[in-house]
Design a protein around this ligand. Structure first.
Ligand code: ZN
Ligand code: ZN
Length: 367
């Protein structure tokens, strides 16, 4: 094989597998396959499976009709062996024939259940375990190319947020605003819209509200949380909170505390501190102001080739942040029937702080 990030990643998986008593790692289409070999395969009922023995050369098992697509991906440059199968062949038997003595196989966390069970039948003496811990150990730590990709995704979603104030007008529905945001996400360089939350008024109190036919009106606070996928597969995710006309003094007071909570957590985060401590940094500010009960979710999640991946910034997660770990810092407060607010940036841990991927103003934007 010819070097580059994919060869190094495969070698790392093999070393981690060996160290964890895993004889082979089996990866089906999804973010892990894309991360390891650059192949953005479509998940289908026909089996495509990267077989990575702890000891030996990795092999891609792929349907014959997908062969050209696989060869056209970075797999072609990697020099990875491809074993194709025809419509009447048994691809699970083919996988089993490649790792006949495997006692423990680690399966892609995203593998479809029907494939997991077919592999159990094809490899009856092999114990199955999850590949997630091995793969996420690598995927959590972004290299320089991945950091640049996340910063570019941040710039792209920042440009969308810059245009949001002019879309928020009393009389329009959340759905209308969301449709325009969707176009902007694509116009600004993403290849896919992953989610659009336009939570106006009481809908803002539901953190994962999407859009509805509710009509925006004067005095509404609007939570806008949006993200998409860039051509290289890396994701954006950014929340800003807007107000249509001056909101209530109660909301303004709460928002000032939220801003302080978010900025405190951003200032605290760095390599060497735990995920739980970053959550606590944000939560303590809200709790000290009597708003702790209104912050009903974790402070953040890792991001990369998936919008939600490890590390999770949550109480109880004693994972120590390492340089290159990328995650959101997104505290909020939610008052049922009234309003909600959230401020979210993507950050990347460095030795002495974080790189921040999002730069639109964190202040409440009154339109
Ligand atoms: Zn978000
Ligand atoms: Zn998020």
């Amino acid at each position: 094989m010819h070097g580059g990030p994919h060869e190094a990643r495969l070698a790392s998986v093999q070393a981690l597998a060996a160290a964890n008593g895993i004889d082979a790692v089996l990866i089906t289409p999804g973010p892990d396959l894309r991360y390891l070999v650059g192949y953005d395969a479509v998940p289908l009922e026909r089996l495509t499976c990267l077989v990575i023995p702890a000891d030996g050369d990795p092999v891609l098992v792929a349907p014959r009709l997908e062969l050209l697509a696989a060869q056209a991906s970075p797999i072609g440059d990697l020099g990875l062996a491809i074993r194709s199968w025809g419509e009447s062949d048994d691809p699970y038997a083919l996988v089993a024939s490649l790792i006949p003595r495997a006692a423990t196989v680690a399966l892609d966390n995203h593998m479809w259940a029907e494939k997991v069970l077919a592999l159990r039948t094809a490899l009856p003496s092999a114990a199955q375990t999850l590949a997630g811990p091995v793969i996420s150990h690598l995927r959590m730590r972004k290299d320089a190319t991945e950091v640049a990709a996340l910063l570019a995704a941040g710039d792209a979603i920042d440009r969308v947020h810059a245009a949001v104030p002019e879309l928020l007008r009393a009389g329009r529905t959340e759905r209308e605003v969301g449709a325009q945001i969707s176009e902007l996400i694509l116009d600004e360089g993403h290849v896919r819209v992953d989610f659009i939350i336009v939570g106006s008024g009481p809908n803002g109190a539901s953190p994962h509200h999407e859009v509805s036919d509710r009509v925006l009106k004067q005095g509404d606070v609007v939570v806008v949380d949006i993200g998409g996928t860039m051509p290289d597969g890396y994701r954006s995710d950014c929340t800003r909170t807007y107000a249509i006309g001056q909101p209530s003094p109660e909301f303004v007071d709460h928002y000032a505390v939220l801003l302080q909570a978010q900025q405190t957590a951003v200032a605290w985060a760095r390599a060497g501190v735990t995920c739980a401590s970053v959550d606590a940094a944000a939560r303590t500010v809200l709790s000290d102001a009597g708003l702790g009960d209104l912050f009903i979710h974790r402070t953040g999640h890792g991001i990369g080739l998936e919008t939600h991946e490890e590390p999770y910034i949550v109480s109880g997660n004693d994972t120590v942040l390492d340089e290159g770990m990328a995650f959101s810092i997104e505290p909020g407060f939610y008052v049922e029937g009234m309003f909600g607010a959230r401020i979210e940036d993507i950050v990347i841990a460095t030795a002495d702080g974080v790189l921040v991927a999002n730069h639109q103003t964190h202040d409440l934007v009154v339109v």
